[in-house]
Design a protein. Structure first.
Length: 162
């Protein structure tokens, strides 16, 4: 719980420090996303100067998760290459062999799929001399399986930008 409180405090601080002062440093980025339990692919495309759509496919032990998010980007004053972003979206999860799905209470679900709501907040940096961006995020989500189950993860992503 202490880690969660620290993450939320940092994110609220970023909302006050980062301002929409410049356009993003790239239009589209495609790359890899790595978190504690899963690895996958990410595609981010800017729809306007400050909003982007991001799709993610994550692969884990006997599972695949596909997520779609809408994000708002705020540039750090004086640095259009560094952005704070936040957003929301949804996901659908598929589990191999019906899957053995463990929640935080160690309750076991034997389900083939699940769906839920995602939230995301993070920092994205676009290198100025190479077509690469690097981001770190915190992504809490709710699965709707036998009621609502809350989870969270954090990740790093590296994207080729164009």
């Amino acid at each position: 719980m202490k880690k969660f409180t620290i993450c939320v405090s940092v994110l609220f601080y970023c909302l006050f420090v980062f301002q929409p002062v410049a356009a993003q440093a790239y239009s589209t980025g495609v790359g890899i996303r790595i978190d504690g339990l899963m690895t996958g692919f990410t595609l981010k495309h800017f729809i306007t100067k400050h909003s982007a759509a991001e799709g993610m496919i994550s692969i884990g032990h006997k599972s695949i998760i596909a997520a779609a998010l809408f994000e708002q980007h705020l540039s750090f004053k004086g640095s259009p290459s560094l952005n704070f972003y936040y957003g929301t979206g949804m996901h659908v999860s598929f589990f191999k062999d019906g899957g053995r799905y463990y929640n935080t209470d160690r309750k076991i679900y034997n389900i083939p799929k699940a769906a839920g709501i995602d939230f995301i907040a993070g920092i994205d940096y676009k290198f100025s001399r190479v077509p690469i961006s690097f981001s770190m995020d915190f992504k809490p989500f709710i699965d709707f399986v036998d009621g609502a189950q809350f989870y969270h993860d954090g990740s790093i992503s590296v994207r080729y930008t164009f």
